[in-house]
Design a protein around this ligand. Sequence first.
Ligand code: TYD
Length: 210
Amino acid sequence: MTQQRGKFISFEGIDGAGKSTHIGFVAQFLQTQGGVAMELVTTREPGGTPLGEKLRDLLLHEKMHLETEALLMFASRREHIAQVIEPALARGAWVISDRFTDASFAYQGGGRGMDRAKMEALEQWVHPHLQPDLTFLFDLPLEVARARLDATRSLDKFEQEQADFFAATRQEYLRRAAQFPQRFRVIDSTQDIAAIQLQLSGILQAELSA
Ligand code: TYD
């Protein structure tokens, strides 16, 4: 009998949208509701492999040309897909990734203004046949995200960007969500945590029984 392929869920949103909190909840929900047979792999981008984590350190702290940044994001992703995502899905595990290619479109494309055709070419090159089954986009106004960020910790290279960068990033995320409505679920992240968790549970329950 061939193993049923696992599902691939990605988490997206501008910095400060509360993604990390919700990933923890989703992992716990799937682990308890998915039954003993469910293997869950939780990972992140950039990163997710030893090489990818080295690239992440460069990407989050070094200034570089925007195309260098995009290429390194996709280099990290290439490794991540080969070493982690594809093998996990093939053995039936569910993969939840803190960011994937939508983040490159949003940050390098929207935020930094890299040509969309080049982004699409990279996507086609690196994963022509792989897309998340489900993408949660945690969406909220910039000012709210900003306030949450400033309150918590020291900021990396992206988090130090200005409001117009995040406005363009958010806009590109929403454009992608409109372009791929079958996999995107846009979550209004101004809601309180309990309301968001209720919404996430409903979506996941449907995915588990699909
Ligand atoms: P993030 O996911 O926010 O992690 P943390 O919660 O630990 O800060 O940090 C990753 C940063 O990398 C985030 O600012 C978005 C950026 N990024 C891109 O610019 N392009 C990409 O393709 C990816 C995956 C991330």
